[in-house]
Design a protein around this ligand. Structure first.
Ligand code: BGC
Length: 900
C-alpha cells in the first residue's frame, strides 16, 4: 500500500507564515498511516522559488534527497541562501518502514521578512503635533487615580501607483502602540491590537500582510494609530509608524514604498483611546474615503520623521476576534440603562449596531459582575474605566467596534441608546491571541468538564500577545508567576510554541546586566526588579516546557547563556544556598489571604532556586555541555542539603506559625520538596503522612495552597499513590476549591479562592489556578510525553472516584495522540492513538482480580503473563496497579474483562 502523503506542513510552527526572519527556518509536517508501528525510513524536502518549479519536482533552493527520518519533526532549512521579502514553495514526501515512497504532499509556502542586518532601515514617522486627551484613572499599577495625557487617534495616509500586475505585494508594518492598516478602503487582515506588546526600546514587532489581491494600479494606504502600551508613562511616547510596502511585478521588478515625510497625517473620529479606559469615537468627524485613492489630503499635515526602535518580525499568532457572542438577556434598569448579559466572562469588546439622530452619545460600560440590584458592579475593574463611547453620525444604520482597547467582562451597561435596543444592538467579541486549539478533554464528571471549560475561557482571555494576569482591571501585565504556573495547562489546550517563543525573547531582553529579571515582562513597571524567584522561575520553566512539548532544542541553545546569568544572579543573592532576600509573593493567594499564610517565603524562594538549577542542569545535558551539567548537579545537591537543613523539622517542613501551639503541617511546604524528590529517603514517609494529614484530616480534602502549591500538589499526591485523594481535592464542591467557584456561578477561574466582589484583588478571570486542567489531561486521561516532542508517549489513565469515562485528544508536534477509556460493570476499555514514528507506553489498570486483557479482540494478558502475540504490542511488566505494554504507532483498543 502506498503511504499517505505528509500533511499539516508548517514552518517555524506556523502554517503558511509571512515575514519569516530567520535564515534557517524549521520545516515540519505530520505523517499518517493506517499501518501499526509505521515509522519513516526517510523523507525528502524540496524548496523552490516558484510554484511551477515545485510542480515539476525541482527544488532550486533545496533538495534534501532522501535523508534520515530522525530529522523530523522540525527540519532546519539548509539550502541556498534565502532572500528577504520573497515567497518560497515547498513540499515533502516520506518512505514508510517498508521503504515505500509516499506521493508528494500538497505544496506549502512561506514568505520571508527581513532576514539580514540592514535589509530594512526603517524610517519611523509620526504627527508633528498630536492632539491629546486627558485620560481618567491610572495607567500605572500603584499610581491609582493619577491622570495621564495620551494621544487621540492618529491617521496617516499616502497613495502609490503600480504600473504592472503584482505577483507578490507585501506590507510590513509596525504601528505603535497599535495600528489598523487599510488599503483601498478595506481593513487589511483580521488581526487586531497589532503588533504584540514588547519593550519597544529593545525591540518592536513588525507584522507582515500579503496584499497581493488588494492592490490595483492606483492605491491608497491608510493607517490609524492608537496608544496601547506605547505611552509616556511607560517611558515611550506618541504613536509612531514604520511601514514598508514591497511589490514584485510579473517582470520581477520591485516597487518599494516607505513610511517617510511624504505621508500625510490628521486627527479623526477616534478622539480617545486607552487600553484601560476604552475609546471615544465621534462619527460626526468621519473623513469619507480617506483610505481610498483620489482623496484630497491637502489640508492634512506632512508626517515628520521620528526616532524609532529596532524591528523584529512578529512570528506568533496575532490577536484576533475569534468568536462573536449574542447576549443571553437584556434587562432594563429603573435608571433607563440596559444591562446586557453575555453569560460568559471573556476578554474583548462589544460591537454596537445603532440608528438614530446625529450627536446622540451611546455609552457602553463593561464589568464582570452585577450588584444585587442588577446594576453594574465595576469593583473588580479597579481603576480601569472600561467604557466605550460612540457619538452617532446620524442618517442611517451605524456599526461601531473599538480598535485600541479591550475589556474583561460578562455584562455591559448600555446608556444613551436611542430607543429600545434589540438583542442584536450589542454583540460580544472574544479577543485574544489566536493560538490554535491543541487539546480536547471530556469526562463523565460534569464538574471536571465545567472546570476544564472555565480554564479554557480563562486561558484564552489571558493571552494578549503576552500571557496576562487578568483582562479586566488596570493591570493586564505579563506577571511571570501567573505565566508559568498555568503554562502546562496552556500547552495541553493550545498550540503555544510560537507564542511562548516570543515571550521568552521578551524575558531575555528584560534581563539586567547582573542577571536579574523583573516580576512582569515586558517590564512596563520598572520598579519590579529583581523578581520573586517563584515568578522569574518562568524563564527556565518555559524553556524546558518547549523542549518537553515541542522537542525544541533551539530554544534551549538560544537562552542558555541568559539562563546561566540568571542562575548566577540567584546564587549571588543566596545566603549559603538559602534565598532570604528576593521573595515577595511566594505561595501567593492561599485561601483567605493574598500573601502566603502558611508557607514561608524563604522556603518557596529557595525551592524555586533548586528547581531552576535542576532544570538548567538538564538543559546543559541536552546541549552536551557535560561540565556545566555536572556543576549544576553539584550546586543542586548543595541547595538541597541547605534547604533540608534550614526547613526540615522532625516530621514536616517549616511553616508560618500563628501561635506557639500551632504545629500543624501545611500543604505547600511539604508538597514542594516531595515534588522534586528533595526529601531524605528516611523521612519521606513522614512528610507524605504530614501532607495527607493536612489534606485529609485538617482540610477535609480541600486545598490550603496558594498558586505555587496548587500547581504541584495534585501531581505530588498522584505520584505518591494518592490519586484518589487528589481527585477528591480537584472535584471538591465546597470552599476552597474549583467546584466552589462553579457553584458560585464562575464562568472562568478566579484570582482568589474566595468569592469576593468588591474593589480589591478579586479578578473573576485569572488563570493562575488553572494548573488543575493539566492534571485532568495527565492523570485522568493519562497523557504525558515520555520523550521530548511526544516521540514516546505514556498513556496511564487513572480510574478515580465515580468516573465512568474520560477522553482526551491532543494535536502534538508528533501528530494526534488520544486516550479514551470507559468503565462498565465488568469491562474496562482503553482506546489509544500513537502517531507515526512515536512509541507508546500503555498502562492498563488492573481493576479486577483475575481479569484478562484483550487487544482488538485478542487475548494478550492473563495472570501477569503475556498470552497471544499481537504485533506492535509487547508486555513490559506492571507498575503496581496496571499492566504495562509497549506499542508502536497506530490505534489500539485494550479491554480488561472481569471474566471471559
Ligand atoms: C496580579 C497577580 C500577580 C501578582 C503578583 C497581582 O496584582 O494580578 O496575578 O502575579 O500581582 O504580586
Amino acid at each position: 500500500m502506498t503511504p499517505r502523503p505528509p500533511v499539516h506542513l508548517r514552518c517555524e510552527y506556523r502554517t503558511e507564515p509571512l515575514g519569516l526572519d530567520t535564515p534557517a527556518p524549521r520545516l515540519s509536517w505530520l505523517l499518517e498511516s493506517p499501518v501499526r508501528g509505521d515509522r519513516p525510513k526517510g523523507c525528502q524536502v524540496l524548496v523552490s522559488s516558484a510554484r511551477e518549479l515545485l510542480r515539476s519536482d525541482i527544488g532550486d533552493f533545496w533538495d534534501t534527497g532522501m535523508i534520515d527520518a530522525n530529522a523530523t519533526p522540525g527540519l532546519e532549512y539548509a539550502g541556498e541562501t534565502l532572500q528577504s521579502c520573497a515567497r518560497y514553495f515547498w513540499k515533502v514526501r516520506w518512505w514508510d518502514r517498508e521503504g515505500q515512497a509516499s506521493p508528494w504532499s500538497e505544496p506549502a509556502s512561506f514568505v520571508t521578512g527581513f532576514l539580514y542586518e540592514g535589509d530594512w532601515k526603517p524610517k519611523w514617522i509620526g504627527a508633528r503635533q498630536v492632539q491629546e486627551f486627558r485620560s481618567k484613572g491610572t495607567v500605572l499599577l500603584g499610581h491609582a487615580g493619577a491622570d495621564d495625557t495620551q494621544a487621540c487617534g492618529v491617521y496617516l495616509r499616502r497613495e502609490f501607483v503600480l504600473k504592472e500586475k503584482a505577483v507578490l505585494a507585501m506590507v510590513f508594518i509596525s504601528g505603535l502602540g497599535h495600528y489598523e492598516l487599510r488599503l483601498n478602503g478595506e481593513k487589511v487582515g483580521a488581526s487586531v491590537l497589532d503588533p504584540g506588546w514588547t519593550d519597544y526600546k529593545k525591540k518592536a514587532l513588525y507584522a507582515s500582510h500579503d496584499v497581493t489581491d488588494l492592490v490595483r494600479d492606483r492605491n491608497a494606504v491608510g493607517v490609524i494609530l492608537g496608544n496601547g502600551r506605547h505611552i509616556g508613562s511607560y517611558g515611550y511616547g506618541s504613536p509612531k509608524l514604520a511601514c514598508r510596502i514591497e511589490v514584485e511585478n510579473e517582470s520581477g521588478e520591485r516597487t518599494i514604498i516607505f513610511s517617510d515625510e511624504t505621508w500625510r497625517t490628521s486627527s479623526g473620529p477616534l478622539q480617545e483611546n486607552g487600553l484601560y479606559y476604552g475609546e471615544r469615537y465621534d462619527a460626526r468627524i468621519l473623513i469619507d474615503r480617506w483610505d481610498q485613492p483620489g482623496f484630497d489630503d491637502k489640508s492634512w499635515e506632512r508626517a515628520v520623521s521620528v526616532a524609532g526602535y529596532p524591528l523584529v518580525s512578529q512570528m506568533m499568532p496575532p490577536v484576533r476576534v475569534t468568536e462573536r457572542l449574542r447576549p443571553k438577556s437584556v434587562n432594563r434598569l429603573p435608571s433607563g440603562a440596559f444591562i446586557f448579559d453575555f453569560g460568559q466572562n471573556f476578554s474583548g469588546w462589544t460591537r454596537l449596531r445603532v440608528e438614530g439622530p446625529m450627536g446622540v452619545e451611546v455609552r457602553m460600560r463593561h464589568a464582570e459582575l452585577l450588584n444585587d440590584d442588577g446594576t453594574l458592579n465595576v469593583g473588580p475593574n479597579e481603576n480601569a474605566e472600561a467604557t466605550d463611547v460612540y457619538i452617532l453620525r446620524g442618517g442611517g444604520p451605524e456599526v461601531y467596534e473599538p480598535r485600541f482597547t479591550y475589556h474583561g467582562f460578562r455584562y455591559v451597561e448600555l446608556t444613551g441608546f436611542p430607543g429600545q435596543p434589540g438583542p442584536d444592538a450589542l454583540e460580544g467579541c472574544f479577543v485574544h491571541s489566536d493560538v490554535g486549539r491543541a487539546g480536547e478533554l471530556r469526562t463523565s464528571n460534569e464538574l471536571i468538564n465545567a472546570v476544564h471549560r472555565n480554564t479554557v475561557w480563562g486561558q484564552l482571555s489571558n493571552l494578549m500577545s503576552i500571557p496576562t494576569d487578568c483582562p479586566q482591571r488596570d493591570e493586564r501585565h505579563g506577571w511571570l508567576g501567573d505565566a508559568h504556573l498555568s503554562a502546562e495547562e496552556a500547552v495541553y489546550n493550545f498550540d503555544m510554541a510560537a507564542f511562548y517563543a516570543k515571550f521568552l525573547d521578551d524575558i531575555r531582553l528584560a534581563q539586567k546586566e547582573d542577571g536579574s529579571l523583573p516580576d512582569v515582562v515586558p517590564p512596563y513597571l520598572p520598579r519590579l526588579y529583581p523578581a520573586d524567584p517563584a515568578w522569574s522561575s518562568a524563564y527556565p520553566t518555559l524553556v524546558w516546557l518547549l523542549w518537553e512539548q515541542y522537542g525544541d532544542g533551539r530554544t534551549i541553545a538560544k537562552h542558555y547563556a541568559s539562563l546561566k546569568k540568571y542562575i548566577g544572579f540567584l546564587s549571588q543573592s543566596a545566603d549559603r544556598s538559602i534565598i532570604r532576600s528576593l521573595g515577595k509573593y511566594g505561595d501567593w493567594c492561599p485561601p483567605g489571604s493574598v500573601v502566603p499564610k502558611k508557607a514561608p517565603v524563604e522556603l518557596t524562594s529557595t525551592w524555586c532556586y533548586y528547581h531552576d538549577v535542576v532544570l538548567i542542569g538538564r538543559m546543559a545535558a541536552v546541549l552536551g555541555r557535560n561540565e556545566d551539567a555536572q556543576q549544576y548537579a553539584k550546586l543542586a545537591e548543595s541547595i538541597k542539603d541547605a534547604f533540608n537543613e534550614a526547613f526540615l523539622g522532625e516530621s514536616q517542613y517549616a511553616a508560618i506559625r500563628v501561635s506557639s501551639v500551632d504545629n500543624l503541617p501545611n500543604q505547600t511546604s511539604n508538597a514542594l520538596p516531595l515534588c522534586l524528590d528533595m526529601v531524605p529517603p528516611e523521612k519521606k514517609d513522614k512528610i507524605l503522612a504530614g501532607l495527607l494529614q493536612s489534606v485529609v484530616r485538617i482540610q477535609d480534602f480541600h486545598v490550603d495552597t496558594g498558586i505555587l502549591g496548587t500547581r504541584y500538589i495534585l501531581d505530588v499526591l498522584t505520584d505518591n499513590g494518592q490519586a484518589e485523594v487528589a481527585y477528591r481535592m480537584a472535584t471538591q464542591k465546597s470552599y476552597p476549591g474549583w467546584g466552589y467557584m462553579l457553584a458560585e456561578g464562575a464562568t472562568t477561574l478566579w484570582e482568589r479562592w474566595e468569592k469576593l466582589t468588591g474593589p480589591a484583588m478579586n479578578s473573576q478571570n485569572h488563570i493562575m489556578l488553572g494548573s488543575v486542567d493539566a492534571w485532568f489531561y495527565r492523570t485522568i486521561a493519562g497523557l504525558a510525553p515520555l520523550l521530548p516532542g511526544w516521540q514516546a508517549i505514556r498513556i496511564r489513565p487513572h480510574v478515580l472516584g465515580d468516573l465512568s469515562f474520560a477522553e482526551a485528544r491532543l494535536e502534538t508536534v508528533a501528530g494526534a495522540v488520544r486516550s479514551a477509556w470507559e468503565k462498565a460493570e465488568d469491562l474496562f476499555s482503553l482506546e489509544v492513538t500513537v502517531p507515526v514514528g512515536a512509541a507508546g507506553e500503555v498502562h492498563v489498570p488492573l481493576l479486577w482480580h483475575g481479569a484478562k486483557i484483550f487487544e482488538s479482540g485478542k487475548l494478550i494478558w492473563r495472570a501477569g503473563h503475556a498470552v497471544d502475540a499481537v504485533p506492535e504490542v509487547a508486555l513490559a511488566g506492571d507498575d503496581g496497579g496496571s499492566a504495562v505494554f509497549k506499542t508502536g504507532s497506530g490505534e489500539y483498543r485494550f479491554e480488561l474483562k472481569k471474566s471471559g
